[in-house]
Design a protein around this ligand. Structure first.
Ligand SMILES: NC(=O)N[C@@H](CC(=O)O)C(=O)O
Ligand SMILES: [Zn+2]
Ligand SMILES: [Zn+2]
Length: 423
């Protein structure tokens, strides 16, 4: 049997010892209580640091199979554990795309052998993410796809989206949408606006997101499907989700740390690390995202961890790949900017980064109590440091936050009773 004792962990205001057998928390005792039957346990000392429910990220790209020079399930899941995540949802835009039952079967078995944390798998809505033929949602729901998404691309026609929603609803699965109307992108490499004009770079119209979102929300209203908005990025999108929620549409939304913390006014030069999809929007959009997260319109934070090679992220934004890594910086950035600054409590941050992501997808929540699955992480919340790409265990070093001063360092991550990361 796998037996772990996590000693001297701060849980609320108490200092506790947490015993884990296989994947279950079997006891939580105050440190000074006399409990001495832990002889054959593997001991990890939290040294008085805070233990919290494992973080959850519903949006990661692990690039495996097919693009393993960028990331593998091994390196990606280890990066997640290093960031305090016990649970992630992997996107289907690998090679081959997870767009059929056999590809999904292969992914599910690869995730279970290669990932050091709990990894759920998305399957796609249409074949190869671009063709107009719908995938076999019924079969892939049956096999265990967590939900369906064409992330990386918008679903360009209402017909394909409507059909996918009807099928997903029938099988009690969510549709996760990367909302982007290709006809409003104009070969852009950043948000269309003053900043793009100043730099002389082609801009992507933000209506590309909100106009397709408006379409989808009508379809979601009609079909009753759970519709989840990936990486929401514009003020209009937040307003649309707010209205849809008030109408009773089953809609949830995620926002990335970078869209909360950066905007296009901060792109002072042609810098590939500031290139991602959706692009960093205007300061006004960013303010609306923060307001939307604070008032509950936006449900959760998700990283959209998108590793790329160094070559793919050097040179000009005109040619660089879209996307940045996020798993190893998300918690510390959010903790520093939202909790340490006094804006919200640690508990609220954990709602955004653990409780609500699981709740939204009807999964059991991570909690630290006897009988619960051992999905937890120990953080040194007082540890101050500068973000340094050489400390990343991800293959992707493509972060715009290098050099940023943050608080919060992961000491131990336990997922399903396995010690996935420890210092
Ligand atoms: N976010 C990105 O800029 N890139 C993602 C795709 C996506 O999330 O849309 C990728 O797969 O690289
Ligand atoms: Zn996307
Ligand atoms: Zn993505």
């Amino acid at each position: 049997m796998n037996k772990i004792l996590l000693k001297n962990a701060k849980l609320g205001h108490k200092l506790v010892n947490i015993a884990i057998e296989n994947d279950i928390i079997v006891s939580i005792d105050e440190v000074d209580s006399k409990h001495s039957e832990f002889n054959d346990y593997k001991v990890f000392d939290a040294l008085g640091n805070t233990v919290m429910p494992g973080l959850v990220d519903v949006h990661v790209h692990f690039r495996d199979p097919g693009l393993t020079y960028k990331e593998t399930i091994k390196t990606g899941s280890y990066a997640a554990a290093h960031g305090g995540f016990t649970t992630v949802f992997a996107m289907p835009n690998v090679k081959p795309v997870v767009d059929n039952p056999q590809a999904l079967k292969n992914m599910l078995s690869k995730n279970s052998t290669d990932s050091c944390i709990k990894t759920y798998q998305y399957a796609s809505i249409s074949s190869n993410l671009d063709k107009s033929d719908n995938t076999d949602i019924a079969a892939m729901a049956e096999l265990g796809a967590i939900a369906f998404t064409n992330d990386g691309h918008g679903v360009q026609t209402a017909g394909v989206m409507y059909k996918a929603m009807l099928e997903a609803k029938k099988h009690n699965k969510a549709i996760v949408a990367h909302v982007e109307d290709d006809s409003l992108i104009n070969n852009g490499v950043m948000n269309a606006g003053q900043a793009a004009e100043k730099l002389g770079l082609p801009g992507m119209n933000s209506l590309s997101e909100s106009s397709q979102l408006a379409r989808d929300l009508v379809l979601a209203y009609k079909t009753g499907v759970h519709y989840h908005v990936a990486h929401i990025s514009t003020a209009e999108s937040v307003t649309l989700v707010r209205i849809a929620k008030s109408m009773g549409v089953h809609v949830t939304a995620e926002v990335s740390p970078h869209h909360l913390l950066l905007d296009d006014s901060m792109i002072s030069m042609d810098n590939p690390m500031m290139k991602m999809n959706p692009p960093l929007r205007s300061p006004k959009d960013r303010a609306a995202l923060i307001a939307g997260l604070l008032d509950g319109t936006i449900d959760m934070v998700a990283t959209d961890h998108a590793p790329h090679s160094q070559e793919e992220k050097t040179g000009s934004m005109l040619t660089a790949s879209f996307g940045i890594v996020g798993l190893e910086t998300a918690f510390s950035l959010m903790y520093t900017k939202f909790v340490k600054s006094g804006l919200v409590s640690l508990n609220t941050l954990l709602n955004w980064m653990s409780y609500k992501p699981l709740k939204a997808f009807d999964l059991a929540i991570n909690k630290i109590e006897i009988g619960a699955k051992a999905n937890l992480t120990v953080m040194d919340l007082n540890h101050a440091y500068q973000i340094d790409a050489s400390q990343f265990v991800s293959k992707g070093k493509n972060s715009p936050f290098i050099g940023e001063k943050v608080f919060g360092k992961t000491l131990i991550t336990i997922s399903k009773g396995n010690v996935a990361y420890h210092i």
